[in-house]
Design a protein around this ligand. Structure first.
Ligand SMILES: Nc1ncnc2c1ncn2[C@@H]1O[C@H](COP(=O)(O)OP(=O)(O)O)[C@@H](O)[C@H]1O
Ligand SMILES: C[C@@](O)(CCOP(=O)(O)O)CC(=O)O
Length: 430
């Protein structure tokens, strides 16, 4: 079993697509992928329980000639920054029988990565996914799945080892890079032109300052090892939207109002840079009365204003912001692609319990959902063998156990990275 986290973008979404900086942190909400190898089978089955996807392919019937044509097959050590649109087209007939865009979007990166990382001699397997990340809410659900698929398929093919005691740091980093590279390719299958910030933070965990100036080159990634524990409130509008559509809105604005849009993107870049300077300052403290926390909060508010001007907010996001501004408990912005999805609020120090409770009741009454989550958790991890509580319980986690966990809490209790059943996850980066 492998697992990878969702993320929040604290500053810089959308601008990051145009070479500006973004700060993002890993969430404690995660995706979990169980691989059940079937030695004597020539079938692969994708069972993505949260969205009701259960589809099988006969390995021998897949378009191997297209994927193995000269120059097409990529190897685990190749640098991967591009998607091969011819190969994507070759997969279309294999995805077409699946009902609906959401399910097709989930299946396409899997098939592409399976064909690229695997080969026609790969044995059959069932790939079962459960995720505690809300789908399409700006929290990087698709990227966390791409990271899981990338890691699981590479482990299956033997091009990735699980992390072990004594593994050299540079080997760990190299393996993370391979996971991230293929995950980025998976993201490209459904997002067209992703910046790569989501898969990067999901792979490496904790928090990053990310910038991709040149799409032909790898991004500049600074790991923010001392990222502070910021008091954040995360609220979901439950308004569905697609990342690709929101990214397209900014692209259109850039075409129609080039100069003004560029100025706004530059301002967001400046906000991210200043926020980075604040949190990396040796005197930074998120404690009560700290002027730097207020400054970070003001930057959050300004960043949101610019995202509104870029056209990627939504009346429901504005309603949440209005309620929170009215209660005076913190500074709010949308996070991720916007158009719905989630907002984050940096809470002011010493917020009174009853003010928070009153706000939560109002959010609840208007149909919004609040998440309890922590930032800065671990990136991709592996549980191998997939057993519970080794040495004590030693129970193999079966597909049935995984599928019958009745809700997010039950999934976390069963297999969670901090789960109550004592499963021993290993991470490439601690
Ligand atoms: N739990 C899940 N199970 C299967 N597929 C999922 C799940 N979560 C997300 N996805 C896939 O990712 C897509 C959402 O990606 P995206 O629009 O980027 O939203 P997000 O902001 O959450 O990353 C969905 O349409 C679906 O294809
Ligand atoms: C809007 C964007 O900056 C972030 C998208 O995040 P999400 O898919 O909404 O989780 C796009 C990108 O970085 O590729």
């Amino acid at each position: 079993m492998v697992s990878a986290p969702g993320k929040v973008i604290v500053y810089g979404e959308h601008a990051v697509v145009y070479g500006k900086g973004a700060i993002a942190a890993a969430l404690s909400l995660r995706s979990y992928l169980l691989v059940t190898p079937l030695r004597d089978s020539r079938k692969i089955t994708l069972c993505f329980a949260d969205i009701g996807l259960d589809h099988s392919w006969d390995i021998d019937s897949l378009p191997w000639p297209a994927f193995t044509a000269p120059g097409k097959k990529k190897y685990f050590f190749d640098t991967l920054e591009r998607l091969d649109h011819q190969l994507l087209t070759a997969l279309k007939p294999f995805v077409a029988p699946i009902d609906g865009k959401v399910l097709q979007n989930a299946a396409t990166p899997f098939l592409y990565l399976f064909m690229m990382i695997g080969n026609r001699h790969t044995t059959g397997a069932i790939y079962t996914l459960r995720s505690t990340i809300p789908i399409g809410a700006g929290l990087g659900s698709s990227a966390s799945i791409a990271v899981c698929l990338s890691a699981a398929l590479q482990i299956q093919m033997g091009t990735l080892t699980r992390p072990f005691k004594g593994m050299l740091p540079h080997e760990k980093e190299l393996q993370l890079k391979r996971v991230n590279n293929w995950a980025f390719v998976g993201e490209m299958c459904i997002h067209g032109n992703p910046s790569g910030v989501d898969n990067t933070v999901s792979t490496g965990g904790k928090a990053v300052l990310f910038r991709r100036n040149d799409y032909e080159q790898p991004p500049d990634v600074t790991h923010l090892v001392s990222f502070p524990e910021l008091p954040l409130l995360l609220v979901n509008t439950k308004q569905p939207r697609r990342t690709a559509d929101e990214v397209a809105k900014v692209r259109n604005l850039l075409v129609n109002h080039e100069e003004i849009t560029n100025l706004m993107l530059d301002t967001i870049d400046r906000i991210t840079t200043e926020a980075h300077e604040i949190i990396s300052h040796p005197d930074f403290s998120p404690a009560a009365g700290s002027p730097s926390l207020t400054r970070l909060g003001e930057l959050i508010r300004i960043n949101h204003g610019l995202l509104v001007s870029l056209g990627v907010s939504h009346p429901k996001l504005e309603r949440i912001r209005e309620l929170i501004d009215y209660s005076g408990i913190g500074w709010t912005k949308l996070t991720g692609a916007g158009g719905g999805g989630c907002s984050i609020t940096l809470l002011k120090p010493n917020v009174k319990e009853d003010a928070l409770k009153e706000l939560e009741d109002r959010l609840d009454a208007e149909g919004f959902e609040k998440y309890e989550t922590t930032l800065g958790g671990p990136g991709v991890g592996v549980l191998w063998p997939a057993v519970l509580n080794p040495g004590v319980e030693n129970t193999i986690i079966t597909q049935e156990m995984f599928l019958t966990a009745k809700d997010v809490e039950a999934v976390e209790t069963l297999v969670g990275v901090n789960g109550k059943r004592g499963a021993q996850w290993k991470f490439w980066r601690n």
